[in-house]
Design a protein around this ligand. Structure first.
Ligand SMILES: [Cu+2]
Length: 116
């Protein structure tokens, strides 16, 4: 009986860590304008831990799939802001935004809202 109990704990611990390392897929609102923005946003997420990133030009919603044990949602948003794009949580620095191609300078007055 005790052996069974020990085994159960081991199995449950293993399952628990497997679940923890699971891939998360989330949607994040990111401001931008065109295909060039799409390329920059997605390239900023070619980092370890991110499995896929797809930004929709029309809806301005980024669908990102990542390993939450390697990278956080906050870090992902910081990477995007670092290349000039405002996310729902992190705002890009003005100087980075100003360096964007003229067609890419999206309307910053439109506040990004939480994606559903
Ligand atoms: Cu653009």
């Amino acid at each position: 009986m005790n052996l069974f109990k020990t085994l159960s704990v081991v199995v449950l611990t293993f399952l628990g860590s497997a679940v923890f390392a699971q891939t998360k897929t989330e949607k994040i609102n990111v401001l931008g304008n065109c295909g060039m923005c799409k390329k920059k946003i997605e390239t900023s997420l070619k980092v370890p831990g991110v499995n896929s990133a797809d930004w929709n030009v029309k809806s301005k919603v980024l669908t990102v799939s990542y390993d939450s044990s390697k990278i956080s949602n906050d870090q992902i948003q910081q990477n995007i802001a670092a290349v000039g794009y405002d996310t729902e949580k992190v705002k890009a620095k003005d100087e980075v935004y100003q360096k964007l191609h003229s067609c890419c300078r999206y309307d910053r007055t439109a506040k990004p809202t939480k994606a559903h």
